[in-house]
Design a protein around this ligand. Structure first.
Ligand code: NAP
Ligand code: GCO
Length: 283
């Protein structure tokens, strides 16, 4: 491999992707493994970890996976120490684990609000805090946060999620500000609307088989007129985890088929028949 291409490789790097048993986390991990990284992941329960271990095995990837709740600082510290002992110190952290609760704000309980903020904002704080000391000592590190369209925009029913993802954008900038001097880069990926289980309820066809109104709305707002696929995010994830991006820091990069550039078209003008035969992918 040429020296130039080598900058995009992750040969021998230990990459921890949180909540990576399926969905976007699994897609990031698969791409990292493809370019040589050792994959480490956690998830919230044994069932999900087993599901992840099977998925990695099927893909021919040797992954190290354990149960660990990203909102529990003790568990996270133990997980990081365990990984250091059994796999090696963490070079790359992807704060991927996230949840959403779609509830109008006036009906949202404080418990639900706190849960979303805890997983989506406090979790990245806890996990980043746990890996930073070793990254500082070793003079390099990459942290990639999972931002969202909701890091920029609001929408009905997602107040806690938007507050968390907006906060995560600023945590990204702050980790860059505090630790950039140690050759640590913290950036974020801002996916648009990607077809994963998290967004499946938004695409669910109506009883008569016609397109969900939200599906129509998103396609009308997206110049590409489609939902993203997990593969759409893999290239940027590898780039941000690699040496090739060493002078990019504190940025949120959006992968959204153009949503953030476009005011959108009148949804009633969208020709829904073009998308009628699209199959939902299994992830
Ligand atoms: P997902 O399918 O819901 O996967 C997230 C994973 O994190 C799940 O396995 C989830 O477990 C796990 N998790 C939840 N709470 C956790 C905790 N406390 N500790 C450890 N793991 C936990 O989500 P996704 O669609 O792949 O999205 C991944 C990330 O990208 C999220 O942060 C999401 O907000 C963000 N994002 C997604 C989209 C999209 O369109 N899909 C767009 C923008 C941003 P459970 O299954 O039990 O919840
Ligand atoms: C919603 C969605 C979003 C997306 C994503 C957009 O209900 O509007 O779930 O929030 O998943 O984060 O970038």
């Amino acid at each position: 491999m040429s020296d130039f291409l080598q900058k995009f490789a992750l040969t021998g790097k230990v990459a921890w992707i949180t909540g990576a048993s399926y969905g976007l986390g699994l897609a990031y991990a698969r791409a990292f493994a493809e370019v040589g990284a050792k994959i480490v992941f956690n998830d919230i329960n044994e069932e999900l970890v087993d599901r992840g271990l099977n998925a990695y095995k099927e893909a021919g990837i040797e992954a190290y996976g354990k149960v660990c709740d990203v909102t529990n600082e003790e568990q996270v510290k133990e997980f990081v120490a365990d990984v250091k002992k059994n796999v090696g110190p963490i070079d790359i952290l992807v704060n991927n684990a996230g949840i959403i609760k779609r509830i109008p704000m006036t009906e949202m309980s404080l418990k639900d609000w706190n849960q979303v903020i805890n997983v989506d904002l406090t979790g990245p704080f806890i996990c980043s805090k746990a890996v930073l000391p070793d990254m500082i000592e070793r003079g390099h590190g990459k942290i990639i946060n999972a931002c969202s369209m909701m890091s920029e925009y609001g929408r009905e029913t997602v107040s806690a999620y938007a507050a968390a993802k907006g906060g995560l954008k600023m945590l990204t900038r702050n980790i860059c500000s505090e630790y950039g001097q140690y050759n640590i880069q913290c950036n974020a990926i801002g996916p648009g609307y990607i077809a994963t289980p998290q967004t499946a309820p938004l695409r669910k066809k109506q009883e008569d088989g016609s397109m969900a109104p939200f599906d129509r709305f998103i396609r009308s707002k997206t110049p590409a007129q489609r939902w993203g696929h997990t593969e759409d995010l893999q290239g940027l994830a590898v780039f941000l985890a690699s040496e090739a991006s060493d002078f990019i820091n504190g940025q949120v990069i959006y992968i959204d088929g153009g949503i953030t550039a476009y005011i959108g078209q009148d949804p009633s003008n969208l020709d829904a028949s073009k998308f009628q035969d699209e199959e939902e992918e299994e992830i």
